[in-house]
Design a protein around this ligand. Structure first.
Ligand code: HEM
Length: 195
């Protein structure tokens, strides 16, 4: 196996860990619609032996994913004689792709910073406070939109690498990403609308 292949595999593995966490996080966020279920879940989640190891796992996966992606990008740009004008089939200019990745990283780090500051016995109240602000709602919706674009693009690429290019698979990936995004957006939108 070449170094490039190893980096790609590492990046995909770390990305899969984060995608699994995202699905889990979105589903547990939906328990917001039942106050007792939400309180019960976060009382369980915020135990020292669950919260910190899980956060460490996500941060390590994020670090490995970004590091491998950067190494692959540097290698690719060194190998390229003529610069890309457009990026991939969606025809998104390469600088815009880089900008969206930086914005996504900022969103994730700001979000984690925000959760680290909250009172863990008042998670539901913190959600109510965050999303009663239109600016906070916009910040989260923008972050979720960039996350959705990133997932769509990268999951389709993973399929291509695996030699799978059927429209059925693409459709299931797109539907999954749309469901994940709607699931995440539901609680902030509900809080803002009913505030
Ligand atoms: C609308 C979308 C989202 C909402 C409302 C939301 C809400 C929350 C809340 C309330 C917590 C606190 C858990 C605690 O009690 O410690 C949390 C933790 C976390 N969220 Fe999100 N989240 C959202 C999206 C995301 C996304 C897209 C990511 C991407 C990676 C993410 C990553 C994390 C991580 C890593 C933690 C653990 C941080 C910690 O333990 O302090 N979240 N989120």
């Amino acid at each position: 196996m070449t170094l490039l292949q190893l980096r790609k595999r590492t990046m995909t593995l770390a990305g899969s860990v984060m995608t699994a966490y995202l699905i889990f996080h979105m589903l547990t966020n939906l328990s917001f619609f039942s106050a007792p279920a939400f309180e019960q879940f976060y009382a369980f989640y915020n135990q020292v032996w669950i919260r910190w190891p899980l956060l460490a796992l996500v941060l390590i996966a994020l670090f490995i994913h970004v590091k491998a992606a950067m190494a692959i990008r540097i290698k690719n740009s060194q190998a390229r004689q003529v610069g890309y004008k457009k990026h991939d089939k969606l025809h998104i200019p390469a600088p815009l792709v880089s900008l969206s990745i930086v914005l996504l990283l900022i969103f994730i780090l700001v979000h984690i910073g925000q959760t680290l500051m909250l009172d863990t016995s008042q998670v539901r109240q913190a959600m109510l406070d965050w999303f009663s602000s239109g600016w906070m709602l916009l910040f989260y919706l923008a972050g979720l939109l960039i996350l959705a674009m990133h997932l769509l693009h990268s999951l389709v690429n993973v399929l291509q690498t695996l030699g799978i290019s059927s429209s059925m698979h693409r459709l299931s990936i797109s539907s999954g990403v749309v469901l994940l995004t709607i699931g995440f957006a539901a609680v902030p939108l509900y809080i803002w609308i009913t505030a």
